[in-house]
Design a protein around this ligand. Sequence first.
Ligand code: SAM
Length: 237
Amino acid sequence: MNIYNDSQQIATENLIVGKKVYGEKLIILNKNFKDKDIRDKDFKNENIEDLEKKIEYRVWNPKRSKLAAALLNGLKSVEINENSKILYLGASTGTTVSHISDIAKNGLIYAVEFSPTVMRKLVRLSKIRKNIAPILGNATKPKRYLNLLEEVDLVYCDVAQPNQAKLFMDNVNLFLKENFKAILMLKAKSIDVSLKPQKIFKEVEKELKSKGFKVIEKVKLEPYEKDHLCFVVEKNF
Ligand code: SAM
């Protein structure tokens, strides 16, 4: 995965130079990687020739994105490349989607979200970032968007709902290519606040396995997110 990693933080190369998505910091490196310039503001009126000598990265905030948290905690089995096609369930306003859009710059992210309110921001983002296809839809009813999608290289699910494991498996069964991976960002408290997270993680793992999914990797998201587990699975079709 093409990400900048300087041991304290990770960042993705900005697909749309000069534009932030959620107030993240920008790091500008000269192409010889000697100088580093961290900016809190968008930069405007910069000389084009100067910009061409530079690479701009967007710092990927692990407190705002569970995928960044998982990567900083050692997630290693998932590869997103510049041509990857991804089905993203629970896209919200596009914080994590935007970083995947930086990585899969020639690919496509089908970003499913069911709240029209947050969808507006996602649609605005997709006008600037052409590799995001926003879909106003309910991930519990994947057949309704069947004709809008193709088979994908990765299914990513972050919906924080009681039925998250089931809707994740239904989407994987319909849209994931054979022998490719899927990520479930499981929030224990959304399933049952009264049960210990560890018990919920075990039950979900059992459910995944009983439906023919192979668990490849599990990564906790602490200290960035409490009571969450990132599952990476493969489906044996
Ligand atoms: N993944 C986002 C990110 O990292 O930028 C944050 C996602 S937030 C935890 C969960 C999102 O899932 C919310 O925006 C919510 O509206 C959406 N959601 C919940 N249930 C859904 C469903 N059944 N179908 C589609 N979206 C859903």
